[in-house]
Write a protein of this length. Structure first.
Ligand code: HEC
Lengths: 224, 431
């Protein structure tokens, strides 16, 4: 789900990636450029490796004319991702109390335990004192929604598309809001009487929000 | 236990869903059982080949005295050859390529490793559609036939799960690892399809699109965000593998393929691509597939698979029959382009020798290396280390520990090794 306002940090990161992906002269052998230039290739802007935000653009007119225009409703049927800015969050709301019912009714409890700590499947609940982030140094530490996930929007997105594991994608949006509320409540990120809607999902500040950094491995002799 | 959550495929120590770490010994014994079977097979095909062959000659009629079988519509392996993938997990899970059983660089399609998070979907090619939309002039639906009408690209490429090798990074790795159990989430194929750049030109990609979101039509609707730069470089939508349609477990009828990048990002069963100006922050690029660092941060979008190598012969559970010539052989690969050099040590790293790189040596593809060695019958420690064209040399474990700490789960590429005892037995012993 796209939205015009970008997240500047990730624009900067996109600029970083070409350098990381550079892989030498041999790499284009057999690629699209090798004898496969499209008739409309002249319409393609030259790549500008110094500026990761504008690498290249598509052709002004279709080059081959294969494929069928996608209608708005066809796109809407599949366009399910939720952006970190909340783009794509559906209308609706749910309460933590309802979420605890969803937790039973949709059997989250069977696979993740009564409070998301008990398993047998992925651990979902747990904070680290002071919201420290010592994962690299302590191999026994396990990530949870509360100690590792940077965005609550991801929790909505993943739960809606992939859970419950054996019946994925079967909950209503209201149920997803509610059960996301329950998981945030388990992690002490929402009070027991919270009402969860799109604004709450976007605004809930996840403890690990600022922990993530772009890849700084570049090849060359340094081990990172 | 729901093995899907155990995620042993990723790193050998991820969540087991019961509140504690996966017990390394559990995994070890699991592998041991399988390794023993593999060992019996290896022995049959190796040290005692002569005896086995004699036995067959006695049982089967002289093939020069009876007409052979007729041609068949679909061929199959000799009944004497039974390479198998090593399974783990039940709902998501993985299967590992029997690296020790293969020659050259190609992986037979039915032995290609698998890692999927929500099972293999069944997709009817007639109703298959790929949607490309978002920051484009012309949102478009492509049928499989549409995709096949575009100019083709075809390359020999490796793909590796970023959790591959987790078992080697564990504090005390099992000596009973095989190449398959430790690094079998690696395979090489000829991948054929249409360059993503061709499709993005076709739909009129906007110049200010910096990311594309790729989503599969499996039950996880697996999503990953990929920098546009990769599309303009060498990403493709692949519909064929080793000359035939992609296998269902590899993404039939079409998948994203990102040469040299962690396998998870090459979304299988691709259904939707949205051009955007920021990543979606999918679960598999936040909760998973990120690399915690000792300074309290976590490396995100760590796509490239760095240089790595592993000796695949001689290895556990094989046993050298006696002193004499041994051709050490294995794979080297790097997501950054070409393997420039592979060195082999037989004395635990005191001295190193340049291995021969067997042609073809291709970018972002496995390279087969060989090194002739005269075993004197004494203890030996076989190591291999790869250097890629950027000058990056495969590190020892301590270097990775220094850079990333003990808690890291992906991108385990430290030097692998095998200890040979006087009796010819071999154990896994990375450094
Ligand atoms: C049948 C067992 C099962 C049920 C029922 C189930 N889950 Fe899951 N859940 C899993 C498994 C297995 C995974 C790991 C999937 C993977 O690794 O790709 C998982 C993963 C998750 C994750 C991501 C964990 C992480 O660390 O990335 C969340 C969040 C989640 N489940 C929430 C729920 C919710 C909410 C429900 C109820 C609506 C639910 N699950 C029901 C088995 C289940």
């Amino acid at each position: 789900m796209s939205r015009a306002n970008g997240v500047s940090r990730w624009l900067a990161m996109a600029a970083l990636v070409p350098a990381l992906a550079a892989c030498g002269p041999g790499d284009s052998a057999g690629g699209a450029e090798a004898g496969n230039a499209a008739p409309g290739a002249a319409a393609v802007a030259p790549s500008d490796p110094g500026n990761g935000t504008t690498q290249r653009a598509g052709a002004a007119e279709p080059v081959y004319g294969f494929g069928t225009p996608a209608t708005a409703s066809q796109i809407a049927a599949w366009d399910i991702d939720i952006g970190p800015d909340g783009a794509g969050l559906p209308p609706g709301q749910g309460t933590v109390a309802e979420g605890l019912e969803v937790w039973e009714r949709h059997r989250c409890v069977l696979c993740h335990g009564p409070t998301g700590r008990e398993g047998p499947n992925d651990l979902l609940t747990g904070r680290i004192p002071g919201d420290e982030f010592p994962f690299a140094n302590d191999r026994s530490l396990r990530s949870t929604v509360g100690n590792y996930w940077p965005y609550a929007t991801t929790l909505f997105d993943y739960t809606r598309r992939a859970m419950p594991f054996d019946l994925p994608g079967t909950m209503t949006d209201e149920e997803v809001y509610a059960v996301v509320g329950a998981m945030l409540y388990f992690n002490d990120l929402l009070p027991a009487d919270a009402v969860v809607d799109s604004a709450v999902v976007v605004d809930t500040r996840m403890p690990a929000r600022d922990r993530f950094v772009p890849d700084n491995r570049t090849g060359g002799p340094t081990i990172r | 236990m729901q093995d899907g959550a155990r995620d042993e495929a990723e790193a050998g120590h991820e969540t087991d869903g019961s509140g504690g770490d996966v017990d390394d010994r559990d995994e070890r014994s699991g592998l041991t059982r399988r390794a023993l079977i593999a060992g019996a097979a290896a022995a049959a095909g190796g040290a005692i080949t002569a005896g086995a062959t004699r036995g067959l000659v006695q049982e089967a009629p002289d093939p020069t005295k009876v007409p052979g079988a007729r041609p068949v519509t679909v061929g199959s392996r000799s009944p004497h050859e039974t390479p198998e993938k090593l399974l783990s997990g039940s709902m998501g899970g993985s299967s590992r390529t029997p690296l020790q059983d293969l020659h050259g660089i190609m992986t037979p399609a039915d032995l290609h490793f698998e890692r999927h998070h929500h099972g293999i979907p069944q997709i009817d090619p007639a109703s298959y559609r790929l949607l490309i939309h978002g920051m484009v002039d012309r949102p478009t639906l492509f049928t499989l036939e549409d995709l096949k009408r575009f100019p083709q690209v075809s390359k020999l490429l490796f793909i590796e799960c970023s959790g591959n090798g987790g078992g080697a990074y564990a504090p005390s790795p099992s000596p009973q690892h095989t190449p398959q159990s430790v690094d079998g989430l690696l395979s090489t194929s000829e991948w054929t399809g249409v360059a993503l750049s061709t499709l993005f030109e076709e739909v009129g990609a906007h110049a200010d699109a910096t990311w594309f979101l790729a989503e599969g039509s499996d039950a996880a609707v697996m999503g990953r965000s990929i920098p546009m730069e990769k599309a303009w470089d060498d990403a493709m939508i692949a519909y064929a593998q080793n000359g035939e349609a992609i296998r269902p477990e590899q993404g039939y009828p079409a998948r994203v393929f990102l040469p040299g990048w962690e396998g998870n990002a090459s979304v299988k069963w691709i259904r939707r691509i949205e051009l955007s100006d920021r990543p979606a922050m999918f679960r598999d690029e936040t909760s998973k597939y990120t690399d915690p660092l000792p300074d309290g941060t976590s490396r995100q979008f760590s796509f490239v698979m760095d240089a790595k190598s592993i000796i695949t012969y001689p290895t556990y559970p094989q046993r050298l029959p006696g002193p004499g010539f041994v051709e050490i052989s294995g794979y080297a690969w790097t997501g950054r382009g070409l393997i420039e050099r592979v060195e082999v040590s037989t004395d635990g790293g005191d001295s190193w020798h340049d291995a021969v790189l067997q042609e073809p040596v291709l970018p972002k593809c496995t390279t087969r290396f060989r090194h002739g060695w005269e075993w004197d019958g004494g203890p030996a420690h076989l190591l291999s280390r790869a250097t890629d064209e950027t000058g990056y040399t495969q590190p020892v474990r301590q270097q990775v520990l220094d850079a990333r700490g003990p808690g890291t789960r992906y991108h385990s590429n430290a030097i692998r090794g095998w200890r040979v005892a006087r009796d010819g037995s071999i154990e896994f012993a990375p450094v």
